[in-house]
Design a protein around this ligand. Structure first.
Ligand code: COA
Length: 335
């Protein structure tokens, strides 16, 4: 086997997807009772109508484990050899979330670690998982994005509270070939610490965000990263059948689609039903869309995200046939 064919046989291939949302839903109307805002303002500026919020009885570990269990149950049968959890809201600073999730799934002993890259965390996790596969560290990796962002803002902050929700999403990656459906293309990643103050949080109730600046950066960075990822994969942006952008705000994602020239009906979204779920956003949308058929086998799919850091990223894959049968718990869909 040549070095090139060996590398081609160590691509990371998606073979399962799952999601979990807390059952408790907070509608905009509930927020208008305690904040100086209106349902109309929130819908028109963000596209959000409701968000799922975890109570004290539902931790980031719980959500991550549920999404992962569904990804394993609904995908092709595999033996997981590593677990990566992307989160900015772990239950504790130390230890990491991933070992606990692995143990819940009966995977004690496998390598398991967290990484934090804001709302771009899932794409960073995909890249590191692809690295684990390429280096033969693991043949199958569970990649989870899980966040509980709903309680991060000051409860009185009308600019941030309506935006965020809680949830988790997961995909299973296995070793495969670059030419098969599900194989990840090159992952484009970036960061800019000069924008660290634009979105920051230290403890619950202390999230601060410069909304308008974040908006502009999000559109620019996701559009540029998407073009770069498409080019790196050998695609033209007109090849994109499904655009899966991080779900922060439907106006941001519409701008990104417009800048790329991706038609509205090729862009998938669920921010209206779940709000901004951070690192969970993309895998939650992937699992939901695959389950309801909006994302189907053969669709050339582009994933892109932006978040605190600042961080951003994008990658491509042709969606595989996962034969998903069940809808993720309580997950909704905008279009
Ligand atoms: N209800 C009513 N008015 C609100 C409000 C709310 N929930 N939140 C803010 N406002 C007010 C502001 O106080 C401001 O009032 P002023 O003009 O009297 O000062 C006015 O609405 C306009 O604020 P602005 O920030 O310019 O609005 P916007 O159209 O930019 O929308 C965000 C605000 C936060 C929705 C928008 O900037 C945004 O989505 N940014 C990105 C946030 C994000 O996604 N972060 C995570 C990235 S991963």
């Amino acid at each position: 086997m040549t070095a090139a064919s060996k590398a081609a046989a160590r691509a990371a291939v998606v073979c399962g997807a799952g999601a979990a949302l807390p059952p408790h839903i907070i509608m905009n109307a509930e927020l208008t009772a305690r904040l100086d805002t209106t349902d109309e303002w929130i819908r028109s500026r963000t596209g959000i109508t409701q968000r799922h919020v975890a109570g004290v009885d539902l931790s980031t570990t719980d959500l991550a484990a549920r999404a992962a269990a569904q990804a394993l149950a609904d995908g092709q049968p595999v033996t997981v050899e590593a677990v990566v959890v992307a989160t900015t809201t772990p239950d504790r600073c130390c230890p990491a979330t991933a070992p606990a999730v692995a143990t819940r799934l009966g995977l004690t002993g496998v390598p398991a670690y967290d990484l934090a890259a804001g709302c771009t965390g899932f794409l960073y996790a995909l890249a590191t998982a692809a690295g684990l596969i390429a280096t033969d560290t693991a043949r199958t990796v569970l990649v989870i994005g899980a966040d509980r962002l709903a309680t991060l803002p000051d409860p009185e902050d009308r600019t941030s509270v309506p935006l965020f929700g809680d949830g988790a999403g997961a995909v299973v990656l296995r070793r495969g070939s670059t030419d098969e459906a599900g194989a990840l293309g090159p992952v484009v990643l970036g960061s800019d610490g000069t924008g660290a103050d634009l979105i920051q949080a230290s403890l619950p109730g202390t999230l601060h965000m410069d909304g308008a600046d974040v908006f502009r950066h999000a559109v620019d960075r996701m559009s540029t990263a998407s073009r770069q990822a498409a080019t790196a994969a050998g695609w033209d942006v007109t090849d994109i059948d499904r655009l899966i952008p991080h779900q922060a705000n439907s106006r941001i994602t519409s701008f990104v689609a417009r800048q790329l020239g991706v038609p509205d009906d090729h862009q998938l979204g669920n921010v209206g039903d779940v709000g901004n779920t951070g690192a969970a956003s993309i895998p939650l949308l992937l699992a939901r869309s695959a389950a309801d058929g909006r994302l189907g086998p053969g669709h050339r799919t582009l994933l892109t995200a932006f978040g605190a850091g600042l961080t951003w990223g994008a990658t491509t894959l042709t969606w595989p046939d996962l034969s998903l049968t069940r809808l993720p718990e309580g997950a909704g869909h905008d279009r």
